[in-house]
Design a protein around this ligand. Structure first.
Ligand code: AMP
Ligand code: GLY
Length: 436
């Protein structure tokens, strides 16, 4: 079978790498892919991003399975388009993708179906938004309604910051149309986790739990980013939290979408805030896998991923069980200088394996913002690489990932201005210690 992976980030590199290991798979195309997928002997980059051209390629090439990484093609209706041509694709329809593409849609949906989430109100009028903030006080959270690539959320610790965020979005149009409507919500306290499942319209198959690190700097300081590192499993998702999330969040979401006439298919990612009592509320939904969460999740997946994807397309996820490596996988994102503002690009990356992750099992370098050039692989985006390693504990996986960056078993990985967090996994390590 030939498989098409849509996207060009670290998440897509990790998915394509895993899919290529399936004995059922002959060839994996990645559109458009990146400098890392270009290195892998069994992946083929396809320089196409236009959806109609992609569908024509899939028809012509006889692609048996397409899986979509990023939200933008989903929100633009790639799944509807492929289905209309009889092509097998895993992802949500354009309407279902609104769970991510409109925060207002997601919040209204959650309230209607009694899914635990922060209290909120939606505004297009700045004066009303300011009045609501004065009434509720700080800390408070201001979110652009539309897709803003992880940059549309301001967690305001003071009233002044909250008012400024409203002005930036509603008056100064800093987020463009994504910020023409804002959601203002209650500040939730706790530890975040990513809970990702596969959905076939009706059946739910949970993937391994994970935790991202959204802030740029160590100890969760600095601005929000797309994610600076992740590990799986996340011990904050205890067995009882896992059961609660499936029962109170995921199952009612899938049932609610079906009831509303928009059956949900695809990956469904609930961003959770888990409080000190272990109880989870939904911060957001994403209609796709997380990035960088996918990198450690794929590193741990032992089952043939294509069997799960095929079963999901056929509405038979209830027949699938996934096997996971019992170890922890941990990925550290190496970001460009000046990320997340205006990342510096075009720097040559040293220390990469010329055959990518071919044959690698315990230590992988998944590429995100990279491209091939005559000078070698160069940086081309804010998040450049995600160095991912497995270990018998979070601490061991952490050690292995940082040793891979520092070059303990080969050359160090380096590019000019490279920045990364040094504490990925710290919450899990602290938790283990607290638990004795
Ligand atoms: P979102 O894009 O909605 O996930 O928001 C980005 C980040 O902002 C989240 O990962 C949280 O760290 C933070 N955040 C969002 N909503 C809230 C909330 N209601 N309370 C506390 N923190 C939040
Ligand atoms: N890592 C967060 C996200 O993918 O949305």
């Amino acid at each position: 079978m030939k498989v098409l992976v849509v996207g060009g980030g670290g998440r897509e590199h990790a998915m394509a790498w895993r899919i290529a290991r399936s004995p059922r798979v002959q060839k994996v195309f990645v559109a458009p892919g990146n400098g890392g997928t270009a290195l892998e002997p069994d992946l083929v980059n396809l320089p196409i991003t236009d959806l109609n051209t992609l569908a024509a390629f899939a028809e012509h090439e006889g692609i048996g399975l397409t899986v979509v990484g990023p939200e933008a093609p989903l929100a633009a209706g790639i799944v509807d388009l492929f289905r209309s041509k009889g092509l097998r694709i895993f992802g949500p329809s354009k309407l279902a993708a609104q769970l991510e593409s409109s925060k207002d849609f997601a919040k209204r949906f959650m309230i209607r179906h009694q899914i635990p989430t922060a209290a909120y109100a939606t505004f297009t009028d700045a004066a009303q938004a300011h009045a609501y903030i004065d009434q509720h006080g700080a800390p408070i959270v201001i979110k652009a309604d539309g897709l803003a690539a992880g940059k549309g959320v301001v967690v305001a610790s003071s009233l002044a910051e909250a008012h400024a965020a409203v002005d930036a979005m509603l008056i100064d149009n800093k987020m463009g149309s994504a910020g023409a409507r804002v959601v203002i919500e209650e500040f939730l306290v706790g530890e975040e986790a990513s809970f990702i499942v596969m959905v076939d319209g009706k059946n739910i198959l949970a993937l391994a739990s994970s935790q991202d690190h959204k802030r740029l700097l160590d100890a969760d300081q600095g601005p929000n980013t797309g994610g600076m590192g992740a590990y799986s499993p996340a011990p904050v998702v205890t067995p009882s939290a896992h059961a609660q999330v499936l029962r109170e969040i995921i199952a009612p979401t899938v049932a609610g979408m079906a009831k509303d006439g928009i059956p949900y298919t695809g990956f469904l990612y609930a961003g959770l805030m888990i409080d000190a009592q272990g109880k989870a509320k939904t911060l957001e939904f994403n209609c796709r896998l997380g990035d960088p969460e996918t990198q450690p999740i794929m590193a741990r997946l032992k089952s043939d991923f294509t069997l799960a994807l095929d079963a999901a397309i056929d509405g038979k996820l209830d027949q699938i069980e996934l096997q996971w490596d019992r170890r922890t996988a941990l990925g550290v994102v190496l970001a460009a200088q000046n990320y997340p503002d205006e990342p510096v690009v075009g720097d040559v990356i040293q220390g990469l394996n010329p055959r990518g992750n071919h044959g690698a099992e315990d230590q992988m370098v998944f590429h995100a913002g990279t491209r091939s050039s005559d000078a070698g692989v160069v940086s081309s985006g804010g998040r450049v690489l995600c160095v991912t390693a497995l270990g018998d504990s979070v601490k061991m996986a952490q050690l292995a990932a940082y040793r891979a960056i520092d070059g303990h078993e080969g050359p160090p990985i380096h590019f000019r201005g490279m920045q990364y967090r040094h504490d990925i996994g710290y919450q899990a390590i602290g938790r283990k210690r607290n638990a004795g």
